[in-house]
Design a protein around this ligand. Structure first.
Ligand SMILES: Cc1cc2nc3c(=O)[nH]c(=O)nc-3n(C[C@H](O)[C@H](O)[C@H](O)COP(=O)(O)O)c2cc1C
Length: 170
């Protein structure tokens, strides 16, 4: 899809069909994520693909909305802090920035291939650590269901360019 159309067409899907996602489509989406840029090309992230069948209850502890487990797949992205690029001037670690860029590639690739997603940050991190068996130094950053939408795009609510974009200085 033309990129401008894709950016306009992607939306947060909050109702899913349980139709299976073909492995070939899943792999194309995961590869688009793998192609994302990361600071210093450190690739300090791991993506976890979770099949929801039979795991609705434990996943419900991570994020309690009914639609979270309606799709056949849930994807999590985790930051591996020790692997990340750190800015020398102020020790700012870029692992969350990298993870967000990678996840957005995944989400846009999914939309391009006709699949729905929804960024989820309001999950319970302690439950996420337990359910995903995350080791020390690995931080869960975001989740999304991955499946075919059972709802539709509504008009987007966005601030005007004049509010969001400044030129030359603040
Ligand atoms: C970093 C991030 C975290 C988000 N967390 C949640 C969430 O926990 N639950 C949810 O329902 N939507 C979540 N959203 C979706 C936003 O509410 C949504 O993107 C925004 O309202 C704009 O709507 P749109 O995605 O349909 O264009 C999140 C989005 C982003 C980018």
């Amino acid at each position: 899809m033309d990129f401008e159309k894709l950016a306009a067409a992607r939306y947060s899907v909050r109702a899913y069909k349980n139709d299976p996602v073909p492995d070939e489509i899943l792999n194309r989406i995961l590869d688009a994520a793998r192609n994302a840029p990361t600071a210093g090309n450190k690739q300090p992230f791991r993506i976890i693909v979770i099949r929801t069948a039979g795991r609705q209850e434990e996943l419900g502890r991570v994020y309690g909305r009914e639609w979270f487990t309606q799709a056949p797949l849930v994807i999590a992205i985790c930051a591996v802090t020790d692997e990340a690029w750190v800015r020398k001037f102020d020790d700012k670690c870029y692992s969350f920035v990298d993870a967000a860029i990678v996840f957005d590639h995944l989400i846009l690739a999914a939309a391009d291939l006709g699949l729905g997603t929804c960024w989820i940050a309001a999950f319970d991190p302690a439950a996420a650590r337990e359910v995903l068996v995350l080791p020390e130094g690995v931080e869960p950053v975001a989740f999304t269901p991955l499946g075919y939408a059972a709802d539709e795009l509504k008009p987007k609510q966005r601030k005007e360019q004049a509010v969001l974009i400044k030129y030359e200085h603040w």
